[in-house]
Design a protein around this ligand. Structure first.
Ligand code: DQA
Length: 137
């Protein structure tokens, strides 16, 4: 199975950004161990701080890959465009968040992704991504 993790803005700073919320591991450290662990899937990773690049990537993979694991980060709460892209493609999208967005500020309770996601996994730290991978196996 062909899966891609798409990460949105500021997730390139994992390991040094608000470590009390997001932990000490860099995404690369997590990703490398996931690639090693889940040998039955072909895993890719894409990160961008730019809304349009995230939309481009969803369009590019969204008619051929078996799954998209999407942490749109702050764009989750603002982007009608990313929400529409998720709706437009045929590849199932699992929405992921590292933190429990419902235990945080009110503005993080809204998601433009959730209505069109296959499912949502949040609050388990970087393990949220792993649970999303497992959901496709
Ligand atoms: C996040 C939650 C968002 O509210 C926040 O803007 C992020 C990360 C998470 O993974 O917990 O950047 O998507």
């Amino acid at each position: 199975k062909k899966l891609i993790i798409i990460n949105g803005p500021n997730l390139n700073l994992l390991g040094k950004r608000e470590t009390n919320i997001y932990g000490n591991l860099t995404f690369t450290e997590f990703y490398d161990s996931a690639v090693e662990k889940y040998t039955s899937v072909s895993l890719e990773h894409f990160q961008s701080n730019i809304e349009g690049e995230i939309i481009d990537k969803i369009q590019e993979v969204g008619f051929s890959y078996d799954g998209i694991i999407l942490n749109a980060a702050a764009y989750t709460h603002t982007s009608v465009g990313i929400g529409d892209a998720v709706k437009a493609v045929t590849t199932p999208v699992v929405e992921v968040h590292i933190s429990n967005t419902f235990s945080r500020e009110e503005f993080r309770h809204q998601s433009y992704i959730s209505p069109n996601a296959k499912g949502v996994i949040l609050g388990f730290g970087l393990q949220s991504y792993e649970l999303a991978i497992q959901s496709f196996i």
